[in-house]
Design a protein around this ligand. Structure first.
Ligand code: NAG
Ligand code: NAG
Ligand code: NAG
Ligand code: NAG
Ligand code: NAG
Ligand code: NAG
Ligand code: NAG
Ligand code: NAG
Ligand code: NAG
Ligand code: NAG
Ligand code: NAG
Ligand code: NAG
Length: 483
């Protein structure tokens, strides 16, 4: 050491140490995320056109430690000593370009969301080898090509949301092996051929949406009646022909939509034995046979809602079917639940404050957080019967009291999706949420930390509105959280 000092001088030693430190720290930085995932991410980005520059921070530092936009990592290093990418959230960024096969190198990925972009090109086969993938949402893009057979390996995937693309060809029957599949949404694509009868083997399937495709060949496979958990099937606007199978669908069915096909023959007697049905549409087909006398028993109009739609079929020439063959009124409408009336002194709360409807007796003015929220694929068509269950589900999911949540309005949108405007109130005694509570709630929504519920399906956060009492300081730090 002594001769080194003499040789180089103290100043040089310091410089050398500094250089070593820099090298080490750069080395550590670069090793935080698994390097094969870092190189995959770079490749994924190079295949994308990013008009709003949402991914501009993907040049800087390390994906997991430098908060790259749209990348959520596991919250600790795994046994291999690396951080790994858990979620890719590139939704609604107007990205074009294509999905890189290198997505298959993000082997720890659980959630892939690229919906609401302008992506073209095929689905890379490599996506099928992501062993941990729970959810894939590519809806509302311009993806073309066929569904890769490799997707049959996605044995943890619960949600396939691929509607509103240009996916073509047959659905590979191999997908009937998917043990976890809950939602299969491929409506508004260019799929053709027959509906795979093997889908009846999907043990957990709740929702099938394949409307607005080009399915033809035979009619609905008789085996679909064997899906015991099924709630909702929409096969409308295809080219299905033949008669409707007479087997009885699951008792839990709420929605059967077969309209705008070329179905012929009878309406099966079993269609009048579905206790929870909310919408049965057979409109605009070639049905000309018998109609079970019991079909209108108990279910002509419930609270003014039409449940059965038969218009546009030859059998409508029969006089007694007017009720179901009437004008093509849409049964899907907005419902605005009533707020609980408040019996407090009528002196107004200051602006931004109001009486929490959940505590009509307390008369404490409180400032709500306003959340614009949307259920992407609810398993029902009328909110009323599900409102209490939803309030329980969401408030407990957010770890709030039931009385802190107020549903201000609900609106059905295309899809059908259910948009809601929610108000969250601080608990009984306080006027405002404190800032850590606001952040916590924000993170629950943006991080999909409210667990999915099969009935309500996945959700998206549309807006998180901070009224004046929360604006100071808070919106800045929320923006930081938003990368
Ligand atoms: C990405 O995956 C492919 C196919 O599995 C493999 O050949 C390649 O080596 C992987 N790349 C990296 C950087 O790990
Ligand atoms: C993408 O960037 C635009 C323009 O900066 C911004 O308005 C938008 O919120 C960003 N979107 C996302 C999802 O980050
Ligand atoms: C990344 O975000 C976290 C909180 O989300 C924050 O604590 C951290 O400082 C951020 N890191 C960088 C490099 O911006
Ligand atoms: C990390 O994530 C796991 C699972 O998602 C969770 O159980 C754990 O509490 C988290 N740890 C921290 C420190 O946030
Ligand atoms: C999204 O991209 C399309 C075409 O690429 C363009 O016409 C549109 O203006 C873009 N929208 C935004 C918000 O940038
Ligand atoms: C899922 O697939 C992997 C690999 O293909 C296999 O090791 C695993 O046992 C499968 N899990 C289930 C639940 O089938
Ligand atoms: C999907 O496409 C159909 C037909 O173009 C359209 O009516 C519908 O609104 C689209 N759905 C969504 C969720 O964008
Ligand atoms: C749909 O597929 C047909 C061939 O089956 C093709 O001719 C047509 O261009 C496709 N349409 C779209 C919108 O991709
Ligand atoms: C329904 O499942 C049972 C038992 O698995 C089977 O015997 C029957 O053939 C199936 N029905 C149809 C219509 O596929
Ligand atoms: C029908 O729904 C109920 C309530 O969600 C559930 O307990 C039951 O298991 C379902 N029936 C079947 C056959 O899945
Ligand atoms: C109609 O309701 C009555 C009484 O609740 C019941 O006995 C009957 O089975 C129901 N009919 C049908 C077709 O479900
Ligand atoms: C979904 O929420 C409803 C209402 O809170 C609840 O009854 C049901 O058990 C939940 N289902 C699951 C699978 O958690």
């Amino acid at each position: 050491m002594k001769w080194v000092c003499q040789e180089l001088g103290m100043k040089s030693i310091l410089l050398l140490l500094l250089a070593v430190c820099l090298c080490l720290s750069i080395g550590v930085q670069a090793q935080i995320t698994d390097p094969s995932e870092v190189s995959a991410l770079k490749e994924i980005r190079s295949n994308l056109i990013d008009p709003m520059k949402n991914l501009s921070n993907w040049d800087r530092g390390d994906p997991c430690s430098s908060n790259w936009t749209g990348i959520v990592c596991y919250n600790r290093t795994l046994d291999d000593g690396y951080m790994h990418v858990q979620e890719l959230e590139l939704l609604n960024m107007n990205l074009s370009g294509s999905l890189s096969p290198k997505l298959g190198n993000l082997t720890y990925l659980k959630i892939l969301l690229v919906n609401g972009n302008q992506l073209t090109g095929p689905l890379p086969e490599e996506l099928g080898y992501l062993p941990n993938l729970n959810r894939i949402q590519i809806d509302q893009n311009k993806i073309s090509g066929e569904l890769p057979k490799s997707f049959a390996n996605l044995n943890k995937t619960k949600h396939f949301h691929m509607n509103n693309n240009s996916i073509s060809g047959q659905i590979p029957h191999e997908l009937s092996r998917l043990p976890a599949l809950v939602h299969f949404l491929l409506d508004n694509n260019n799929l053709s051929g027959h509906l795979p009868p093997e889908f009846s083997e999907l043990p957990n399937l709740l929702i099938i949406q394949l409307d607005n495709n080009h399915f033809d060949g035979t009619t609905i496979p008789a085996s679909y009646s064997n899906m015991s958990k099924l709630l909702k099937i929409d096969l409308s606007s295809n080219q299905l022909s033949g008669s409707i199978p007479s087997n009885k669908f699951s008792d839990n069915m709420t929605t059967i939509i077969l309209s705008n096909n070329s179905l012929t023959g009878n309406i099966p007697v079993n269609f009048s034995r579905l206790p929870f049905i909310e919408r049965l549409s057979l409109a605009d087909n070639q049905l000309n046979g018998s109609v079970p006398g019991t079909i209108w028993e108990n279910r002509t109009l419930t609270n003014g809602h039409k449940l059965i739609f038969l218009e546009g079929n030859p059998l409508c020439s029969r006089a007694n079917l007017n009720l179901f063959c009437g004008s093509n009124q849409d049964g899907i409408e907005s419902e605005i639940p009533k707020n609980i009336p408040v019996s407090c002194p009528s002196q107004a709360c200051p602006p931004s404050y109001e009486y929490p409807p959940g505590h009509p007796e307390s008369c404490v003015c409180a400032a709500p957080l306003i959340i614009e929220y949307r259920l992407k694929s609810p398993g029902f068509l009328r909110f009323g019967p599900y409102q209490n269950g939803f309030e329980e589900y969401l408030s407990s999911g957010l770890r709030l009291n039931l009385s802190q949540l107020d549903i201000n309005s609900v609106t059905w949108q295309e899809g059908p999706r259910l948009k809601m405007s929610l108000k969250l109130f601080p608990d009984n005694s306080s006027h405002v949420f404190n800032s850590s509570e606001v952040r916590r709630i924000w993170r629950m929504f943006t991080g999909w930390q409210v667990p999915d519920n099969d009935t309500f399906g996945p959700y998206e956060l549309l807006d998180f509105i901070l009224l004046d009492p929360y604006k100071k300081g808070m919106s800045k730090s929320l923006n930081l959280l938003l990368y």
